[in-house]
Design a protein around this ligand. Structure first.
Ligand code: GUN
Ligand code: ZN
Length: 460
């Protein structure tokens, strides 16, 4: 059978390496008039349109997005799908916010219908925002995990997720035990990891809500299944850090709790890390442990300012991705998240340039999750997940991007002014999965799922 071919034309932007660490031009790939060819969901060519056009199979016309920027689909390295409904909850810092809003909402996920409803809306929001890969917490209830993976599978997203492990310091309705948490996680991991594009993440909530026995069991499960990811929170809030010290007096700080139970290493993603010490950052770098930088959440909860340039210190650079941290975070948009990351960096006098910001939101996130051989890049061989960004999405964006002197400035303006409105289209494994301008009901207009290569995407 002939391969299913998708081709798009526009300004291609992606990364070959980490611009925090290698020469900026070596790390960055840009084609002003680029062509991306995908076959059976995989990228087979990315480069100059004129040079590559003869590679297009007979009869395939690329969808042309003039002036638009096409980047790898965004990678959200930390979020909570179960908190979609409590985004924008007023007034509290981390521990009070958990008690008053989060733990109340998460108890509703014992109801599989509620879980399916929220999972569906969450996956749609990802696509509307150009996010094609996310690492997300579920709730403690196994049915919350099934609901998410079922919805992700329907959309062919590449999601990593897991059942939350928590066996103390939370309402009874949210508690498992060390052994039930282990057994349920193992069964879910065996059911979902590598099933389609789904990946399983072993997910202890954070040190305060797990007993030493539960952390021990989580470490044992990860040793049995090193192919899975490991996802938790660390050093987000100073009150939380003091609490961890009192709960684990024998450990040398917060990170050492996870280290002690074998929960650091490649594939481990720790959310926040705002207050990690230099020694702790060094230990993350040494073990291949990644941090998800969640600026909108850190500002919203008043947690503190993550120092991305310290995390990328060339003497011990860590893997860093960006996380929306819904629902403490305030936007599903990785563009809006880059905007806040820029401001947070600026408060420690570090100008986070647009290449670095887009790297964190694409290849950096994929590296943090250990799946950069699969996603986060337009390099041939990668899965064909990409997003088409519209520099004229709003009157203000159109006015401002018209003055951009080069691609760096254009990307910067998109990050600072952009959000879901700037996402013209999202493609998943080579198929159009979100079309901003689709006519929703019945008419003649394009609709999601229309085979690619049949129309001009310019909107002109
Ligand atoms: N630490 C433990 N649980 C949570 C959570 O749900 N959100 C955030 N932001 N931090 C946490
Ligand atoms: Zn979180």
């Amino acid at each position: 059978m002939a391969a299913a071919v998708t081709a798009v034309r526009g300004r291609l932007v992606w990364f070959r390496d980490d611009p925090f660490l290698v020469d900026r031009d070596e790390a960055f790939a840009y084609e002003e008039d680029g062509l991306l060819i995908c076959e059976d969901g995989v990228i087979t060519a990315a480069g100059d349109f004129q040079a590559l056009r003869e590679r297009l199979p007979e009869g395939v016309e690329p969808v042309h997005y003039p002036r638009h920027v096409i980047t790898p689909g965004f990678v959200d390295t930390h979020t909570h799908y179960v908190q979609t409904g409590i985004i924008a909850a007023f007034g509290a810092q981390l521990i009070d916010w958990l008690d008053h809003y989060t733990y109340v909402e998460e108890q509703r996920f014992s109801d599989a219908d509620h879980a399916r409803d929220v999972a569906s809306s969450f996956c749609d929001e990802l696509l509307r925002n150009g996010t094609t890969t996310a690492l997300t917490f579920c709730a403690v209830h196994p049915q919350s995990v099934d609901a998410l993976f079922e919805e992700a599978t329907r959309r062919n997203l590449r999601l990593a997720a897991g059942k939350v492990l928590m066996d103390r310091n939370a309402p009874d309705g949210l508690l498992d035990t060390a052994s039930s948490g282990y057994e349920d996680s193992k069964a879910l991991l065996e059911k979902w990891h590598g099933n389609g594009r789904n990946l399983y993440a072993i997910t202890p909530r954070f040190a305060p809500t797990s007993t030493p026995e539960q952390l021990e069991a989580a470490g044992a499960l990860w040793r049995e299944h090193p192919e899975a990811l490991m996802h938790t929170h660390v050093s987000e809030n100073t009150g939380e850090i003091s609490w961890v010290r009192s709960l684990f007096p024998d450990r040398h700080g917060y990170l050492d709790v996870y280290d002690h139970y074998g929960l650091l290493g490649p594939g481990a993603v720790l959310a926040h890390g705002v207050h990690l010490t230099g020694r702790e950052r060094g230990r993350c770098a040494e073990t291949g442990t990644a941090v998800a930088h969640c600026p909108t959440s850190n500002l919203f909860l008043g947690s503190g300012l993550f120092r991305v340039h310290d995390a990328k210190d060339p003497r011990h650079p860590m893997q860093v991705g960006l996380g929306t941290d819904i629902g403490a975070g305030t936007s599903f948009s990785l563009l809006a998240t880059m905007n806040e990351a820029y401001k947070v960096a600026k408060l420690s006098s570090y100008p986070l340039d647009s290449r670095k910001a887009f790297f964190l939101a694409t290849l950096g996130g994929a590296r943090a999750m250990g799946i950069d051989d699969k996603v986060g890049s337009l390099e041939p061989g990668h899965e064909a997940d990409f997003v088409v960004l519209d520099p004229g999405a709003t009157p203000l964006l159109a006015r401002r991007t018209a003055r951009a002197a080069d691609i760096d400035e254009l990307l910067f303006v998109l990050a600072v002014l952009g959000d879901d409105r700037a996402v013209r289209a999202t493609y998943v494994a080579g198929a159009l999965a979100h079309d901003r301008d689709a006519v929703p009901t019945g008419g003649d207009g394009p609709c999601p799922g229309t085979p690619p290569g049949v129309r001009d995407g310019s909107g002109a």
